[in-house]
Ligand binder design. Structure first.
Ligand SMILES: Cc1ncc(C[n+]2csc(CCOP(=O)(O)OP(=O)(O)O)c2C)c(N)n1
Length: 319
């Protein structure tokens, strides 16, 4: 065991906060209250929390289109994320980004992006700047299995390996790129096997086990920080719902959906913490109560916030 019970309870709380946030967002989206597109990470909270938990405050995180969990785990206030989803001025990107484009430079969430694989070369650039400036920081990007066949993935990891950049590449492999099972796109059993081609460490861990994720990412982050270059960490996870909000998942076998529910990372961690005595009867209820209050506050804040002025569309377009 790498993490203490106290640390695991903190991880558990964050996972619950993410779940409650997304359950509310799913409800609001279905009622037509949220504009744009929605990709939920429900079922994948262990990857968001375990990987982000392995970073120091100054380490830079980048995510993909399914990244509410990473933003919450990195400490972006729920109010600012919710307001962003409502396209309000008080959102973390002034309402101009929406669900797929979250950012908070002060809290070191560089960006999340809807362009599959594109965060990988950007993470290289950030890691390169850390190296040039002699800053002891690491750039970590999380992406799905769909990214592992993009040019950006291969070019980005090749360059990071060649230049020994302080970067960590985390593949949150939920087995599907929309409706395409990874076995239909990728000719090797584990995405981590790609690491061999670039002569860097590559490991696969159980993405439903928050401690396993933390341990693997922490090792990779420490290695990068020590000047030994990048690593690829694959976390095998499963989504509880469709790829996007209106996805009926007709392509997905029933057993696969049932297995995802059976291996819900929150239930797994709760069972473990109850067994060890770290969580007592009633604790879970209190944690959820606090989480619900935080989510309700975020919704209220977002609804009460104004929309940006039209001219805001032309501001911050170029850096
Ligand atoms: C470069 C690029 N190609 C195609 C798409 C369309 N697209 C949106 S989501 C998605 C699947 C992504 O799957 P994966 O990377 O496994 O992430 P997941 O959705 O499973 O989290 C695709 C192909 C895109 N957004 N960007």
């Amino acid at each position: 065991m790498v993490l203490s019970d106290t640390e695991l309870v903190e991880f558990y709380k964050t996972m619950i906060r993410i779940r409650l946030f997304e359950e509310k967002v799913q409800e609001l989206f279905r009622k037509g209250e949220l504009p744009g597109f929605l990709h939920l990470c429900m079922g994948q909270e262990a990857v968001a929390v375990g990987s982000t938990g392995a970073l120091l405050k100054d380490d830079m995180l980048l995510g993909g289109h399914r990244a509410h969990g990473h933003a919450i785990a990195k400490g972006i206030p729920m109010r600012k994320i919710m307001a962003e989803l409502f396209a309000k001025e008080s959102g973390c990107c002034k309402g101009k980004g929406g669900s797929m484009h979250l950012s908070d430079r002060d809290l070191c969430l560089f960006l999340t992006t809807g362009i599959v694989g594109s965060s990988i070369p950007i993470a290289d650039g950030i890691a390169f700047s850390f190296k040039l400036r002699g800053e002891n920081r690491v750039a970590v990007t999380v992406f799905g299995d769909g990214a592992n066949n993009t040019g950006a993935f291969h070019e980005g990891i090749n360059l990071a390996a060649l230049w020994k950049l302080p970067a960590v590449f985390v593949c949150d492999n939920n087995q599907y790129a929309i409706s395409t099972h990874v076995s239909r796109s990728t000719p090797i059993a584990n995405v981590s096997g790609r690491a061999k081609a670039y002569n860097i460490p590559g490991v696969t861990v159980d993405g439903q086990d928050v401690e396993a994720v933390y341990e693997a990412v922490k090792e990779a982050v420490d290695r990068a920080r020590d000047g030994n270059g990048p690593s690829l960490v694959e976390c095998k996870s499963a989504r509880l719902y469709g790829s996007y909000a209106a996805d009926s998942q007709s392509y997905r076998p029933k057993e696969d959906i049932e297995e995802a529910a059976r291996r819900d990372p929150i239930s797994l961690l709760k069972a473990r913490l109850m067994k060890s005595g770290a969580l007592k009867e009633g604790d879970d209820e209190m944690i959820r109560k606090d989480g619900v209050a935080e989510v309700e506050d975020a919704v209220r804040y977002a609804k009460e916030s104004p929309y940006p002025e039209p001219e805001e569309a032309l501001r911050d377009v170029y850096g």
